[in-house]
Design a protein around this ligand. Structure first.
Ligand SMILES: *[C@@H]1O[C@H](CO)[C@@H](O)[C@H](O)[C@H]1NC(C)=O
Ligand SMILES: CC(=O)N[C@H]1CO[C@H](CO)[C@@H](O)[C@@H]1O
Length: 167
């Protein structure tokens, strides 16, 4: 059914007035000696991109609550878009408000080291640091399917996340 134009415009206007519910800061720090471009997506969405980041720069994006099957990687020319095949991934699931889980993954490959920490939050588990292509399954999910405490959980709504490229 085709909605009348005035009704469609009204619905879109109403939606844009609704508050952005509970976003998470995604703070990215590039510590690599070369430029890296952060790329991220979720199960439903297209690929999003930050700027090409020089060494020592920090940049933030905001991702929505309920970020389901979210993933992020640092594009340095090695990653196949949109899913980041061949590259180190940060994978997260925020299916329910305040129930947030992330892990670094080498399942698709490894291009650069990556570390991950929650920003603030209460009772959060510690961050993870996979700074080389042989990092163990305590800090990253390894191929084909091995994780030994590599998940990190933080049950605080709106908690932020810091990702460091080349920690
Ligand atoms: C940045 O990289 C250097 C090595 O190049 C390392 O010694 C340092 O700890 C890293 N800093 C952060 C914040 O990860
Ligand atoms: C919570 C979450 O996204 N976990 C992911 C950790 O990495 C493995 C392997 O890449 C994924 O299968 C999980 O979904």
């Amino acid at each position: 059914m085709q909605l009348p134009t005035f009704l469609t415009v009204g619905v879109v206007a109403l939606a844009s007035l609704m508050p952005v519910y509970a976003d998470h800061e995604l703070r990215i720090r590039n510590n690599c000696s070369f430029n890296v471009t952060p790329k991220w997506k979720d199960a439903s969405g297209g690929l999003r991109s930050g700027p090409s980041m020089a060494r020592g720069t920090v940049w933030s994006a905001w991702i929505p609550e309920y970020w389901a099957a979210g993933r992020l990687y640092g594009q340095n020319g090695a990653c196949i878009e949109p899913d980041g095949a061949r590259c180190t991934l940060l994978e997260c699931t925020f299916n329910n408000i305040g129930f947030n889980q992330c892990n670094i993954s080498r399942v698709s490959g490894f291009n650069i080291g990556m570390a991950f920490n929650w920003i603030g939050g209460s009772g959060c588990q510690g961050g993870k640091n996979c700074n080389n292509a042989n990092c163990p399954n305590t800090v990253a999910w390894l191929p084909p399917d091995s994780c030994n405490g590599c998940l990190s959980q933080c049950n605080t709504a709106r908690v932020g996340m810091e990702v460091i490229f080349c920690p």
